[in-house]
Design a protein around this ligand. Structure first.
Ligand code: SAM
Length: 229
């Protein structure tokens, strides 16, 4: 099995020889790829739900990788001990869930050297959390798969830095590197912001709200960035 698209991009961001855990692993495709591709010698695959945990276990057993991949049932990084791994991958979940997982066992999070995160929504919340909790974003990728654009954020321990708030939405690294899919990404952010404003504009109360004001500003800032591309 060779991974493509989003999962392949996540695998590429794992440093060779690191100790890695894939949290919310589902079928354990990622840890299997990493071990079979000799990127890592062993890995931990965690999932909170019985169905995905069973699927991961069966898959790992069927490939004879039981001694190399430890499949654990439990919530987020609570399945890990501090210092047990260097890298945690959390992919395919909402940004808020990712943050809850990272705050669920701070002694583990503090012991990590790299986070590889792929939020399905609210990537801006994840970037803000990383900055406020002294993680530096060292890499960011945009991956298009089956018509959908995915954001991957890679962070390592660092210090809080000041950042233009709109960059939490766009991704400072994506902006600076002039990522190939950046224009599509900004277009999608603009469309999403317009949709929220459109819905809110149906109510006089909503139009007077702080949220409406924030979204109006967000739209102006995104359009200004789009003009700079
Ligand atoms: C959409 S799947 C993503 C699977 C894989 N990571 C990927 O990116 O393709 C989300 C998985 O995360 C698991 N999950 C959700 N919340 C979790 C949590 N708090 N701790 C561990 N696993 C979780 C779900 O059971 C599910 O298997």
């Amino acid at each position: 099995m060779k991974l493509v698209g989003r999962l392949a991009a996540l695998a590429e961001l794992v440093p060779e020889g690191s100790r890695v855990a894939d949290i919310g692993t589902d079928h354990a495709y990622l840890p299997i790829e990493l071990v079979q591709g000799h990127i890592v010698t062993s890995a931990i695959a965690g999932d909170v739900n019985l169905g995905p945990w069973k699927a991961a276990k069966e898959h790992v057993d069927a490939l004879g990788l039981t001694h190399r991949i430890s499949v654990r049932l439990g919530d987020g990084i609570t399945v890990l001990s501090p210092g047990e791994v260097d890298v945690v991958i959390i992919a395919g979940m909402g940004g808020q869930t990712i943050i809850e997982i990272l705050t669920g066992k701070p002694e583990v999070t503090k012991s990590l050297k790299r986070l590889i995160l792929q939020p399905m929504v609210a990537a801006n919340t994840v970037r803000r959390w990383l900055n406020e909790n002294e993680w530096d974003v060292v890499d960011e990728r945009l991956v298009q798969e089956e018509g959908r654009l995915y954001e991957i954020v890679v962070a390592e321990p660092g210090g809080a830095t000041s950042c233009e708030p709109i960059m939490y939405d766009i991704g400072e690294k994506l902006w600076r590197d002039k990522s190939e899919l950046l224009s599509v990404h900004i277009e999608q952010l603009i469309a999403q912001t317009k949709r929220v404003l459109q819905e809110m504009s149906l109510s006089d109360n909503a139009k007077k709200s702080q949220k409406y004001h924030e979204y109006t500003e967000r739209l102006q800032q995104l359009e200004a960035k789009q003009r700079c591309l």
